[in-house]
Design a binder for this molecule. Structure first.
Ligand code: FMN
Length: 333
């Protein structure tokens, strides 16, 4: 198997966990690593916040050793500030910087950051140049097709990024104006792969292990990035990694085991969040683990009504205990 190299960081597989604001904190990323992601990425963090010493921004940049290798994603519109933030992160031990050129959120694009930069190629290039020059660690970039379907800028953007010294590019194969449900245009991933010699990571619409294989077969991308489908289903990452290394992926685990993973996730989360700052997000993640479970419609509201980690963990534990393993069934009988 070809190994994926991002500057001096060599990945142990070809599946990357997507950055997910509001969801993908340190514990989520650790669980993703434990379940087969070869690289994890933090949600987007304000470069201005980092350079001003904003505690919230630095809290978001904090990681656990168990997550490595991990990229820290930053957003902003000023090349000097992006460069300064990258340097500060490097000084604090970050191994990879990822530049956000794809976020469609209004508060981000209103400042000329995120996907607004797909409409300002000169500034995007200046940010990439400044960040790459400022640090010795690899700098990567995450882009979309363009601002909308009439303004697809993939080819000139990937060329400019490679030219600036960017070490790898993730292409989310949707435009800024697309809805999250729009069918992604993987053909642009294939075109980007042909255009540059740095690794291209394909992203968008992977829901099943076989989608990961289809994406690699259709585009020849170096790695795939999985987002929403892995929330509450981290084993999808390992299944995708298996199929990409030529093995038959394991079946989805039985419910008892799935809820065991949820318990592990939530217990770690409770330990690392003594002030309950991420409790709402944890509740959402717990609810995602119940997706597809028989009677989930009855249990998800209970999960979403909990008000402490203790209560949440207790509900998941009792649900797990309802799923008696076949072994216990036969001894009980
Ligand atoms: C809740 C949520 C938060 C996201 N946050 C970020 C982010 O902080 N940075 C980023 O580059 N992309 C972010 N994305 C986009 C994802 O990383 C990914 O590109 C997108 O979901 C497409 O992949 P998927 O179809 O596998 O979900 C976010 C997406 C969602 C749904």
């Amino acid at each position: 198997m070809r190994s994926v190299r991002i500057g001096d960081v060599v990945l142990d597989g070809r599946v990357v966990m997507a950055p997910l604001a509001g969801v993908g904190g340190p514990v989520f990323r650790q669980v993703a690593r434990e379940h087969g992601a070869s690289l994890v990425v933090t949600p987007l963090i304000s470069a201005v916040g980092l350079t001003r010493g904003d505690p919230k921004s630095w809290e978001m940049a904090r990681g656990k050793p168990e997550e490595e290798p991990r990229a820290v994603q930053i957003f902003g519109s000023e090349p000097e500030i992006m460069a300064e933030a990258a340097l500060l992160l490097q000084d604090r031990g970050t191994r990879i910087i990822d530049l956000n050129f794809g976020c469609p959120a209004r508060r981000i694009v209103a400042n000329g950051s995120g996907s607004a930069l797909l409409r300002d190629g000169e500034r995007l290039r200046a940010i990439a140049d400044a960040a790459v020059k400022a640090v010795s660690i690899p700098v990567t970039a995450k882009i979309r097709l363009g601002w909308n379907r009439r303004e697809i800028v993939v080819i000139r953007t990937v060329r400019a990024l490679e030219d600036a010294g960017i070490a790898a590019i993730t292409l989310h194969a949707r435009a800024k104006s697309d809805s999250p449900a729009t069918i992604p245009s993987w053909e642009w991933i294939a075109r980007a792969v042909q255009e540059v010699s740095i690794p291209v990571i394909g992203n968008g619409g992977i829901e099943k292990p076989r989608d990961a294989k289809r994406m690699v077969d259709q585009t020849d991308c170096a790695a795939v990035m999985i987002g929403r489908a892995a929330v509450g289903r981290p084993w999808l990452l390992q299944q995708a990694a298996s199929i990409l290394s030529g093995q038959t992926p394991a079946m989805d685990p039985p419910w008892r085991q799935r809820l065991g993973v949820a318990l592990h996730h939530l217990t770690l989360q409770a330990e690392t969040d003594p002030n309950n700052q991420e409790f709402f997000s944890a509740r959402g993640v717990a609810s995602a683990y119940l997706r597809g479970m028989p009677d989930a419609r009855r249990y998800r509201p209970l999960v979403l009504r909990t008000s402490s980690y203790g209560e949440l963990i207790e509900i998941i534990r009792s649900l797990r205990n309802q799923w008696i393993s076949p072994h216990l069934l036969s001894t009980d009988a």
